[in-house]
Design a protein around this ligand. Structure first.
Ligand code: GLY
Length: 375
């Protein structure tokens, strides 16, 4: 591997009870993928790359060249990467395809794409012949800072998001920020809501950076993207290393997701992109915390202002608050005390709160129902 290329790559390690693996971040990583995967799997030849037609058209040739040069025989499995297709039927189709092509337990799967491709390909790897190895090559901001890291894989059910899945850690995550340059503007912005999430839950310096550098962040300036990736990946790797199975600490990563998942599901996975639903969800969680007197008003206003400053969010689905409230129970973050909410306490700190009176949740939902698109 050339010294010049290697020097641009940062390695952040995830160390859990079940696996240790690197998250490599650096421009040009896709060109090095072959050599890096070869070191992880010295004897492997069959590499099944799961991707979407759009991502494959942009980055497939570069990846294929790199893995071929390292002695892999790549085979491509394309899938529709819309959230509506993140279903068990897609996993089944891909599994039939793996079988048809003779993939056995020694095969390696590579997920090249955004969060949907990563979650589906990960679940395919988790379940095919009871589990084969895979690597994540995320090409979206959400994928690079969040969904590709931590071993959560799975698909949606009609009744709710990510309700069918498995923890299956990848062998490695390779995040090449050049791929973010080819993202549709809406997709990049959608990822920025997850960046705000990271900032609120544990990176107050990043929060200030976002406030101060917003135009450059929105424009995707390289120095900003580097900072976002570094801070968010370090945060996420640290959290999942301490609590891979989401027994406690990892739940903080769900800030904005309890409300967000409900809106995303009730919008039929069409109206809102995942990050946009999280944007709305963070605002609702912040207003709920404020209603309960758990956050200083000035901190709440800063969170709302930062979310709103990312731009116009699509309108929420027109759903009655009682229906929304019921949908909250389809999420996984509930226990015998009812739903647990991740609420901001201040910038850089959140808390997990159960037993919140239904009346407070309904009142918060009412504030948002019928809300016009922000700005
Ligand atoms: N995206 C939330 C988590 O990985 O736990």
């Amino acid at each position: 591997m050339g010294k010049e290329l290697r020097s641009r790559v940062e390695t952040i390690r995830v160390r859990t009870a079940s696996a240790h693996y690197p998250v490599w971040v650096g421009a040009g990583l896709l060109r090095q993928a072959g050599q890096r995967l070869r070191r992880l799997r010295p004897g492997c030849r069959r590499l099944f790359i799961v991707s979407s037609p759009r991502v494959w058209a942009l980055w497939g040739r570069e990846l294929a060249r790199s893995v071929r040069a390292a002695g892999f025989r790549p085979e491509i499995l394309l899938m529709n990467d819309r959230e509506q297709r993140k279903r068990l039927s897609t996993v089944e189709q891909l599994a039939e395809e793996l079988l048809r092509r003779g993939a056995d337990r020694t095969a390696l799967v590579a997920a090249l794409g955004g969060g949907v491709v990563g979650d589906v390909a990960g679940f395919l790897a988790a379940s095919y012949m009871r589990g084969i190895a895979y690597v994540q090559l995320p090409t979206t901001l959400v994928g690079q800072i969040d969904s590709a890291i931590g071993g959560k894989t799975g698909v949606n059910l009609r009744s709710g998001k990510n309700l069918l899945g498995a923890f299956h850690p990848p062998l490695a995550v390779l995040a090449d920020p050049r791929t973010l340059g080819s993202l549709p503007a809406r997709e990049y912005r959608s990822g920025l809501y997850e960046v705000v999430k990271c900032a609120v839950i544990g990176a107050p310096g990043l929060f200030r950076f976002l406030e101060q550098e917003l135009p450059a962040v929105l424009a995707g300036e390289e120095r900003c993207v580097r900072r976002l990736l570094r801070d968010c990946i370090r945060l996420k790797a640290g959290i999942v290393s301490r609590d891979e199975r989401e027994r406690g600490l990892r739940q903080v990563l769900n800030f904005g997701h309890t409300f967000g998942h409900a809106w995303e599901t009730l919008g039929g996975y069409r109206r809102l992109r995942h990050g946009e639903a999280v944007g709305w969800g963070m605002m609702a969680a912040t207003r709920l915390a404020q209603r309960l007197g758990r956050i200083p008003p000035a901190a709440a206003e800063r969170i709302i202002a930062l979310v709103e400053s990312l731009g116009r969010l699509p309108a929420l689905p027109p759903v009655r608050v009682e229906r929304l409230y019921r949908q909250l129970f389809a999420d996984k973050k509930k226990n015998e005390q009812g739903i647990k909410f991740v609420l901001p306490r201040r910038i850089g700190r959140v808390e997990i709160v159960g037993s919140i009176p239904k009346s407070a949740v309904l009142a918060t939902l009412r504030e948002f129902t019928g809300t016009r698109p922000s700005r």
